[in-house]
Design a protein around this ligand. Structure first.
Ligand code: FAD
Ligand code: SIN
Length: 529
């Protein structure tokens, strides 16, 4: 029998937890999360959360910076919506006891600076910002009597009304989830489902993202019939530590914001050659410039030089980064850090409106899984945590109104049908496919693309996806198999969007169409027929 609640939340990062706290004021909430409760991209965020707090800043300036980064594809009403709700969203976090670094400035907060921002507007907790936000939100959710948080529950697929034999337009009625410890698939029924599963960095060989980022929510929503947009806009963070044991540990953009300089092996501060804002140009420009430098020189990495900065400032402002680098034998106050770009953020995702609702009724989404129109073709640094809170709050408001004004009585959801599935497939097959996808996505659908590379990637993903589909239905589900299937779907969506965009814009740069197309910019939309 299905477990019922008023609201079903999938994911426990900033978006899922923010939604849960608001919705729980009006009904019961179940949060499913696939690993430990705090395991999320949110927990690793370093730089901070952007909002107009300083009297020297303005909504217009934040709007302009966001739109300039977005390369003509941001939706202005959405940018305005998020920017203007920024201060109250940040205040809601502070009310929960989340602590951002303070100082004597008129705003009272030590505001950081990052690439593409014309002002200091990034609230942070040293360089542990995400951990502090996750801690605060989680503590409140865990203590809330109407919130039940289920860890190690991996959502496998959404359930829609035709499954219950209900007439009318399709709407979401719940989800199936795999209990990773028991190996059993359980049904969760709710009139509202909130998708907050984060991004898909694991589709690339090198990524700053934690392992949870396998694009599950995007794949599930696509299979259920929701529209997906702009998946070609994958943001590569310019500076991940280049070290065999570091697994793409991020070196925050805030380090450049405070004065660090990128240099090539001969010591040249090369960013001046590429853009007038040099090291503080928007992220797509910096990542692409590093890529050009590496291809030109044949070197493995470039260097982030912090040695001219005051060492005690570096240690107190970036304690997390400093300590991690020391673990790897590098003292960043004395020697430059070897860095490379890595996949960091997906600007596309499940299309949502100003209430955070998708075009599949009763399915809401926010955070990195969603494509709201805020980021356009390139996200401005530190705008994603902000977007996650603002849209989670807006979605909760609408979802609560929905169940209060027009509650629908649903017949019970059927149990999961495992068909003739036998014991799990050989792990070696899953690992080999997983590895192959991530490698060709890095090589063919990376920072610089071409028609030929994309066509090759499309051929590979087509073959692999068919292979995965085949054994997906023949074998009992395991978390790895579920994630592999989602990864393949997401790779397919990224490639399809990239092939459809026959221009270079923001994060999508292709050698065959190196300029933006004339006329108004358009979204790339995909929907399963
Ligand atoms: P997440 O925080 O990623 O949470 C997703 C949740 O969904 C997790 O709990 C996960 O386990 C769960 N989940 C996923 N799939 C399933 C499934 N199938 N079933 C059940 N649960 C599932 N942005 C900023 O604005 N400022 C920063 O300083 C910043 N720094 C960053 C640093 C790093 C290293 C990284 C990786 C990202 C950074 N970002 C930053 C981006 C930002 O952290 C993310 O975009 C944001 O935290 C996403 O929040 P979210 O709630 O959408 O998803
Ligand atoms: C960083 O600290 O550089 C990451 C900020 C972001 O991704 O917004």
């Amino acid at each position: 029998m299905a477990t019922e609640s008023d609201f079903l939340v999938i994911g426990s990062g900033i978006a899922g937890l923010s939604f849960a706290l608001r919705a729980a004021e009006h009904g019961s909430v179940i949060i499913l999360t696939k690993k430990a409760s705090s395991e999320s991209a949110t927990n690793y965020a370093q730089g901070g959360i952007a909002a107009v707090i300083s009297p020297e800043d303005s909504f217009e300036a934040h709007l302009d910076d966001t739109q300039r980064a977005g390369a003509g594809l941001c939706r202005e009403e959405v940018v305005r919506f998020v920017v203007e709700r920024g201060p109250e969203a940040v205040a809601s976090l502070i009310e929960l006891g989340i602590q951002f670094d303070q100082d004597e400035s008129p705003s009272g907060y030590d505001l950081g600076r990052e690439g593409g921002h014309s002002r200091r507007r990034v609230l942070h907790a040293a360089d542990f910002t995400g951990q502090e936000i996750e801690r605060g939100l989680l503590a409140h959710c865990e203590a809330h009597p109407r919130i039940e948080l289920s860890a190690n529950e991996l959502a496998v697929d959404l359930a829609t009304s035709p499954k219950l034999g209900l007439p009318g337009p399709a709407r979401v009625v719940g989800a199936y989830a795999l209990d990773a410890e028991l190996g059993a698939v359980e049904a969760y029924q709710a009139p509202i489902v909130f998708l907050a599963t984060g991004g898909c960095g694991k589709v690339y060989l090198y990524t700053s993202n934690p392992d949870i980022a396998s694009g599950d929510g995007i794949a599930m929503a696509y299979r259920a019939g929701a529209s997906i947009a702009n998946m070609e806009f994958i943001q590569f963070h310019p500076t991940c530590l280049y070290h065999p044991e570091a697994r793409s540990f991020l070196i925050s953009e805030a380090v450049r914001g405070e004065g660090a300089v990128l240099r090539n092996r001969s010591g040249e501060a090369f960013m001046r050659r590429y853009h007038k804002s040099a090291d503080l140009a928007a992220r797509d420009i910096v990542a692409r410039s590093i890529d050009f430098e590496l291809k030109r020189s044949g070197d493995d990495c470039v260097y982030l030089d912090c040695t001219a900065m005051d060492p005690s400032f570096v240690r107190s402002r970036f304690p997390n980064i400093y300590a991690r680098c020391v673990e790897y034998g590098i003292d960043m106050t004395k020697e430059p850090l070897p860095v490379v770009p890595a996949a960091h953020y997906v600007c596309g995702g499940v299309v949502t409106d100003l209430h955070g609702e998708t075009d599949l009724r009763n399915l809401f989404a926010a955070g990195e899984v969603a494509c709201t129109g805020l980021h356009g073709a390139n996200r401005l640094a530190s705008n994603s945590l902000l977007e996650g809170v603002v849209f989670a709050r807006a979605a909760a408001e609408e979802a609560v109104r929905r169940i209060q004004v027009r509650p629908e009585k649903l017949p019970p959801m059927p149990d999961w049908d495992p068909g003739d599935a036998t014991d799990p497939t050989e792990a070696v097959l899953v690992n080999a496919n997983w590895d192959e996808i991530r490698r060709f996505m890095w090589n063919y659908v990376g920072i610089v693309r071409s028609d030929k590379r994309l066509a090759r990637a499309a051929r590979r993903i087509h073959i692999l996806h068919n292979e995965i589909r085949e054994y997906y239905w023949n074998f009992k589900l395991t978390p790895d198999l579920v994630e592999l299937r989602n990864l393949a779907t997401v790779a397919e969506l990224i490639i399809a969007c990239a092939q459809a965009r026959r221009e270079s814009r923001g994060l999508h740069y292709t050698l065959d169409h190196p300029k933006p197309a004339p006329g108004p910019a358009r979204d790339t939309l995909l929907r399963l027929d």
